[in-house]
Design a protein around this ligand. Structure first.
Ligand SMILES: O=P(O)(O)OC[C@H]1O[C@H](OP(=O)(O)OP(=O)(O)O)[C@H](O)[C@@H]1O
Ligand SMILES: Nc1ncnc2[nH]cnc12
Length: 197
């Protein structure tokens, strides 16, 4: 299926295999953090290596442009999820010349907000977005580091869809854990660079 989405001479299957090998060799995983049974993928073990981080950002751009579409046309707004979506989202927003806003854990954003409760792989939480940043002209691409159970991305999608007619186009993550079936919760596509199987 991925081969069919090849565009601009990019064979995504091969491309993903190659970046996956390189990133997995240099990314740290922490067993039983923050709770027993979780093998925690640490995005900051990528950001501390500038050449690797640059590669991941460039790879995300390729993934977005092939699987989601042209920035400014297929989507015109980037939203990042606390906390590690804030590392990736603003860089891509600057590269594309598009606006960025944040979905934060409850109680962290000033002004009027919209709130959504959700369950995590290791607990439950609530997230929120500022009212009036998005409107019916907003076609949003969501950025986060990882899709696990899908609770966070599902809440983010619901939240954005409550924002004055804004639409979610898709979401993009560096890692996903297909065994946790996070995509089953999502109403829009989630594109991942690396699958942790
Ligand atoms: O698919 P899910 O099961 O919802 O899990 C994925 C979410 O979990 C992690 O964030 P976390 O909630 O640990 O928050 P943090 O980045 O603020 O530490 C990760 O960065 C994703 O946002
Ligand atoms: N395994 C994991 N690594 C990093 N963040 C996560 N969020 C939920 N599960 C995670």
């Amino acid at each position: 299926m991925v081969e069919e989405q090849s565009a601009g001479g990019t064979d995504l299957t091969e491309f993903k295999q190659q970046i996956s090998k390189e990133v997995m060799a240099q990314t740290k995983f922490f067993k039983d953090f923050p709770k027993k049974g979780i093998n925690f993928m640490d995005l900051f073990s990528i950001t501390t290596k500038p050449a690797l981080f640059r590669k991941v950002i460039d790879a995300l751009k390729t993934l977005i442009e092939v699987e989601v579409g042209r920035p400014g046309e297929a989507f015109n707004y980037l939203v990042g999820l606390e906390a590690r979506g804030f590392v990736l989202g603003p860089i891509l927003a600057m590269e594309y010349g598009l606006p960025f806003t944040a979905i934060r854990k409850k109680g962290k954003l000033p002004g009027d907000t919209i709130v959504e409760e959700y369950k995590l792989e290791y607990g439950s939480d609530a997230c929120e977005i500022q009212k009036e940043v998005l409107d019916q002209s907003s076609r949003v691409l969501i950025l986060d580091d990882l899709l696990a159970t899908g609770g966070t991305l599902c809440a983010a999608m619901n939240l954005i869809q409550k924002c004055d007619g804004a639409q979610v186009v898709a979401s993009v993550v560096v890692f996903d854990i297909p065994a946790l079936k996070g995509r089953d919760k999502l109403t829009k596509a989630c594109h991942a660079l690396i699958s942790l199987d």
